[in-house]
Ligand binder design. Structure first.
Ligand SMILES: N[C@@H](CCC(=O)N[C@@H](CS)C(=O)NCC(=O)O)C(=O)O
Length: 243
C-alpha cells in the first residue's frame, strides 16, 4: 500500500501543507488505497513533505508523485482536456505553488499572532530549553528564503496586490463551473482545492483570506471538493461541504 508522508491535520485543515492536501486529493481521485504517516519529515529525501513510499519506491514532491501515479497506475488526471486546457491547468497550478504559496507562508510565519497560534505548534516536541532557539532559527531561515524567492522584498501592501491578482484570477477562471476545468474534476482541482483551503483557512487572520472570502464561487467550490473527497468532514476552511 502507498504510504503518504504528511504533517497530519492542523488548523482545521486536513493538513497544514497545501502540497500534502494536493497529493492526498490526487490519491483519492485515483481511488488508490493509501495510509498516512506523520513521522517522516526527518527522512524526507528532499527535506520537504510530502513524499510517498509506493511498495518500496520513494518519491518526493507532489508533482513527481502525480507523474508516478499517472505512469504506474495508468491514470490520466487530465482526461478530457485539450492541449490549451492542459496548458492553462499547468500554469494555474504553478501560479499557486510558486507564488500564492509564499504569500501563505509569509502570512502564517511572519505575522507574530498567526505564528503564535499556528506554526509555533510545530515545535512543541522540541525540548523546552532549546525550543526558543530552534524556533527562532527556523523562522529566520524562512525569512531568508522569502527574501531569496523575492516576495519577502515587497511590502505587505505590495504582496497583497499580487495575491489579489492571483485569487481573483482563480475565482474568475472557475466562474460558475462546478470544477476548475469544467463539469468533472481533473488533476488541477487537487491543487486549486488545496491552495484555496489554505488561503481561506479561518484559523489565521490575513488580508489574502479576506480577498478570497469575497469570492462566493471559490468558497462553494471548496465545499464541493470537500464533499467529494473528504466525505467525513462537514466543512473545510469555513466552507460547508456540499456536493
Ligand atoms: N515542490 C514541493 C514543495 C513541498 C513543500 O514546500 N513542502 C513544505 C511544507 S508545505 C516543506 O516540507 N517545507 C519544509 C522545509 O522547507 O524545510 C512539492 O510539490 O511537494
Amino acid at each position: 500500500m502507498i504510504i503518504l508522508y504528511n504533517f497530519g491535520p492542523a488548523f482545521g485543515l486536513p493538513d497544514p501543507s497545501p502540497f500534502v492536501m494536493k497529493t492526498e486529493t490526487l490519491l483519492k481521485m485515483a481511488k488508490l488505497p493509501y495510509r498516512t504517516d506523520s513521522t517522516g519529515f526527518a527522512k524526507a529525501p528532499k527535506g520537504k513533505i510530502p513524499y510517498i513510499n509506493d511498495d518500496g519506491t520513494v518519491i518526493p514532491d507532489s508533482t513527481f508523485i502525480r507523474l508516478h501515479i499517472e505512469k504506474k497506475y495508468r491514470i490520466d488526471f487530465d482526461q478530457g482536456l485539450d492541449a490549451g486546457q492542459k496548458a492553462a491547468a499547468w500554469a494555474f497550478e504553478k501560479l499557486v505553488e510558486d507564488q500564492l504559496y509564499w504569500v501563505i507562508i509569509s502570512e502564517r510565519w511572519m505575522n507574530d499572532e498567526n505564528f503564535r497560534k499556528g506554526p509555533r505548534r510545530f515545535f512543541d516536541q522540541v525540548p523546552a530549553p532549546i525550543r526558543p532557539f530552534v524556533t527562532a532559527m527556523v523562522r529566520r531561515k524562512l525569512r531568508a528564503t522569502l527574501h531569496g524567492q523575492g516576495l519577502g522584498r515587497h511590502s505587505a501592501d505590495e504582496r497583497l496586490v499580487l495575491a489579489t491578482r492571483t485569487i481573483d484570477a482563480m475565482a474568475d477562471f472557475l466562474g460558475d463551473k462546478p470544477f476548475f476545468m469544467g463539469n468533472e474534476p481533473t488533476g488541477v482541482d487537487a491543487a486549486m482545492f488545496a491552495f484555496s483551503c489554505s488561503v481561506l483557512c479561518p484559523h489565521f487572520e490575513s488580508p489574502s483570506r479576506k480577498v478570497a472570502e469575497r469570492h462566493e464561487n471559490l468558497r462553494r467550490y471548496v465545499g464541493r471538493m470537500a464533499a467529494r473527497y473528504y466525505p467525513g468532514l462537514d466543512e473545510v476552511a469555513g466552507c460547508k461541504a456540499v456536493a
